[in-house]
Design a protein around this ligand. Structure first.
Ligand code: NAP
Length: 283
């Protein structure tokens, strides 16, 4: 049976280190602060917001919400982003997505100051991840995968990693982070030929495709680590992209859904906010 890579202990260890850093900041008169910008009141966004705030509170990060109505004009949303960028008491910002209007969402992401863009949504942040120049932040989920691997002592250096999914939110930035850690990465997508064969040939498989149970027994091999980023609402509840029982029967280690990467993602949001506060306080 494979080892279960539960997110809870990884998130708890991360948070324990963060409470020390947030205390040090507070002793210098700096309260690490995250603003969550929500347009509308979709239950999915609200539930993510609650989880984000809980993780921030546990780490000593102040978190508050700016809420705009569902039909907010683009100007109002951009005005909110500009005021977040300009407010010295705010160190990090999370734009809850999807916003009701794609065009507004794109403009808001583009306007976000890279120094406060703790979920890596702006082109400037992604440029930093892709060039390795630092300065901005990677999307929290991408970094959460590395934090989970690190917690369980799984070093991606020199390993073959198959990342299934090439979105700008997860797959692509994650591929860059893994390459920066000396992994040999194959980035798979819906047109990849023989996906099971590509996955079987990898030492680490990361599933981020958004299809419940997409990766079945034919995708796994003994000795492998399988990380499931997928979160899919199904009539049976939340499910990952990995057939968990199949992976558990073949691979060496597998992360569950729920209770895997998602749990670490919230802790990374607090980590990025503290890093942002530390960097901004040095300027
Ligand atoms: P997305 O934007 O829809 O991208 C999905 C990617 O998967 C695309 O690159 C797509 O390929 C690829 N794909 C789809 N079907 C495939 C198939 N049958 N075979 C191979 N590749 C396939 O989704 P996303 O925003 O990246 O999210 C992916 C999953 O992660 C979702 O379940 C989402 O809920 C979850 N997620 C979890 C967290 C967390 O913290 N745990 C955070 C963010 C997202 P093409 O490019 O060819 O279309």
């Amino acid at each position: 049976m494979a080892q279960i890579l539960s997110g809870a202990p990884a998130a708890e260890a991360l948070t324990a280190g963060l409470t020390v850093r947030s205390r040090e900041l507070r002793e210098r008169g700096i309260t690490p602060t995250l603003v969550i910008l929500r347009v509308g009141a979709q239950e999915e966004s609200r539930s993510y917001e609650r989880a984000a705030k809980k993780a921030c509170t546990a780490a000593g990060v102040e978190a508050f919400t700016i809420e705009l109505p569902e039909n907010a004009h683009m100007d109002a949303v951009l005005h909110a982003v500009r005021s977040i960028n300009a407010e010295p008491g705010v160190h990090g910002a999370l734009l809850l997505r999807p916003m009701p209007f794609k065009k507004t969402e794109r403009a808001a992401c583009a306007l976000m100051a890279a120094a406060k863009d703790v979920d890596g949504v702006s082109p400037a942040s992604l440029a930093g991840v892709f060039t390795g120049s630092g300065g901005g932040f990677a999307p929290c989920t991408a970094r959460a995968v590395l934090e989970l691997l690190d917690y369980y002592g799984i070093d991606p250096a020199g390993k073959r990693v198959a990342v299934v999914g090439r979105s700008l939110v997860v797959g692509r930035p994650l591929a860059m982070l893994l390459m920066a850690r000396d992994a040999t990465v194959t980035l798979c997508h819906s047109r990849t030929r023989d996906l099971p064969g590509v996955c079987r040939g990898a030492d680490i498989v990361v599933a981020a495709a958004g299809h419940a149970g997409l990766l079945g027994a034919d995708c796994f091999a003994p000795g492998q680590t399988v990380i499931d980023v997928g979160t899919n609402a199904t009539p049976e509840g939340l499910r990952g992209d990995v057939d968990f029982a199949a992976a558990q029967g073949v691979a060496s280690a597998v992360s569950p859904v729920p209770g895997g990467v998602g749990r670490v993602t919230n802790a990374v949001l607090a980590l990025h906010t503290i890093e942002a506060a530390e960097r901004l306080s040095k300027n």
